[in-house]
Design a protein around this ligand. Structure first.
Ligand SMILES: CC(C)(COP(=O)(O)OP(=O)(O)OC[C@H]1O[C@@H](n2cnc3c(N)ncnc32)[C@H](O)[C@@H]1OP(=O)(O)O)[C@@H](O)C(=O)NCCC(=O)NCCS
Length: 171
């Protein structure tokens, strides 16, 4: 698997807007990330809805942090962690985006702010994609806020895509 372009990390750390900042997830975030993953609504909207045991999650996080094709970020505001956000370099060259807002912050516009910010940060030359389960209208809207649009349906999966553009974000 190809690594993610290294400079992407820096784009997130240096260009966060004043409201939302990003940091790389660490092992100390394991319990918080697991609480997001095992939340019933997250599981309902997940392709793998089973509850995850702490030791399995621990191993997954360790592998994730050592995986050069993956970047797991935590978005926060005023030192409060609000959401997790993941980028995965895919073999076809596109970058897959996925996100979860912490349960107590849902329905307050955090997801919208997150995906609007991410869409502005990620260079327009990159091809982006995301996969949302049917019956998740909020996430469909969020993907569109990052500039992705409906691409194809595969059973219960809806794939969205942002085509690469030759123009830079600053153009
Ligand atoms: C889906 C999720 C990311 C949305 O984040 P959020 O912070 O609650 O979303 P926002 O408050 O910014 O709302 C986003 C948009 O969806 C709309 N929306 C929110 N909940 C909705 C619902 N149940 N049905 C329809 N629209 C909904 C909002 O009105 C808003 O639309 P607008 O911009 O036109 O006003 C969050 O609820 C979550 O993490 N859910 C569980 C896990 C999950 O679904 N992850 C994504 C997998 S792809």
């Amino acid at each position: 698997m190809n690594p993610l372009p290294k400079h992407l990390e820096e784009l997130f750390f240096s260009r966060s807007n004043t409201k939302l900042s990003f940091r790389k997830a660490e092992m100390k975030d394991a319990a918080w990330l697991l609480s997001l993953r095992n939340d019933p609504e997250t599981r309902k909207q997940s392709i793998s809805p089973e509850e995850i045991a702490p030791d399995k999650h621990h191993q997954w996080l360790k592998n994730t942090l050592n995986n050069p094709s993956r970047l797991l970020l935590i978005a926060s505001m005023a030192n409060e962690d609000l959401a997790s956000f993941r980028l995965d370099q895919r073999p076809d060259g596109s970058i897959e985006l996925s996100w979860t807002v912490a349960p107590k912050f849902r329905g307050k516009g955090i997801g919208s702010l997150l995906l609007t910010t991410v869409g502005a940060i990620l260079p327009k030359q990159l091809e982006l994609c995301a996969c949302v389960l049917q019956g998740n209208p909020a996430s469909l809207k969020l993907a569109q806020k990052a500039g992705l649009s409906l691409h194809r349906k595969e059973g219960k999966l809806i794939w969205l895509k942002r085509e690469p553009s030759p123009f830079s974000n600053d153009a």
